[in-house]
Design a protein around this ligand. Structure first.
Ligand SMILES: [Zn+2]
Length: 283
């Protein structure tokens, strides 16, 4: 984990260190402001340094912002997805349909078919087969056909695709028989009311995913406690000036200290399903 001295070498953090050397919380708007000056890494990577892997964030669309990582860091990020799939009960022989953009970490981290640097992706390590259909609304019929042909055990679904998928399934006369749908969006988590609407539209239990790609954060909504779990080996949660922030312990090349988790509220650990995990609410 980077120490204060290393952070001081990074332009983005230098302007956010207080008198005690603590990082003031930040979010994607701060990155966008910084990236507007011509550095797509927004001052989070040392000058002249180029990470092995670079990813463009979905938000903001302009200016373009990249995050960078080494393969071992991306593997650690994929552990968060593996824990999510395990928490939701996926296992050997299951098929997971990914109806999300190909650039989404839920896709990229699932299989080495999408990111060979992983060796084995999160789903592969669980013995789960993945199929991805890049999630745009006009792909609704392709998604419905995938459901009809493969009968997946579970589906990762972008929130804006609920209505198009429900319509396409209805038109084809296909009944969704999967165990759950994991609803996601590009930053933060879908609201609770959106998950409820998805359950109504698709008649399938719906879990939500919390994403903060700028900080390599991916957290599953727990079916036991309805909170989002963040593994304490991967992340550290803090409440700073009333706001929930997350520090990503494995992020070194592109450090992620005290990222603001938007609308999240912090709960104490103690869920029976994962007693050591941090927990956040997102209504
Ligand atoms: Zn829980």
């Amino acid at each position: 984990m980077p120490v204060g001295g290393e952070l001081e070498a990074l332009e983005f953090y230098r302007s956010r260190l207080d008198a005690e050397g603590n990082v003031r919380p930040w979010d994607v708007d701060d990155l966008a402001e910084f990236a507007g000056h011509g550095d797509p890494f927004a001052g989070r990577v040392a000058p002249g340094d180029r990470p092995t892997l670079s990813f463009q964030l979905e938000v903001p669309e302009e200016p373009v912002v990249w995050i960078g990582a080494e393969p071992a860091e991306v593997y650690a990020w994929s552990m968060a997805l593996e824990q999510s799939l395990r928490l939701w009960g996926l296992g050997p022989g299951d098929t997971l349909a990914l109806f999300d953009y190909g650039s989404s970490p839920l896709v990229l981290l699932s299989s080495s078919a999408y990111l060979p640097y992983l060796g084995q992706g999160a789903a592969q390590r669980l013995g789960v087969t993945t199929v991805c259909s890049d999630g745009v609304a006009n792909a609704a019929d392709r998604m419905a056909e995938t459901v009809e042909m493969l009968d997946p055990a579970a589906i990762v679904l972008r929130a804006e695709l609920v209505v198009p998928l429900a319509g396409a399934l209805r038109r084809r006369g296909v009944r969704l028989r999967c165990r759950w749908v994991a609803l996601c969006c590009s930053e933060g988590a879908p609201r609770r009311v959106e998950a409820h609407a998805c359950e109504q539209a698709l008649q399938v239990p719906t879990r939500r995913v919390l994403r903060a790609d700028a900080a390599f954060v991916l957290a599953p909504e727990c079916p036991t406690c309805d909170r989002f779990h963040l593994d304490s080996d991967l992340y550290r949660l803090e409440t700073v000036q009333g706001a929930v922030t997350v520090t990503t312990l494995f992020a070194r090349r592109c450090p992620s200290h005290r990222y603001l988790l938007g609308a999240a509220g912090a709960d104490s650990p103690g869920c029976p399903a994962a007693p050591g995990s941090w927990r956040v609410r997102w209504d």
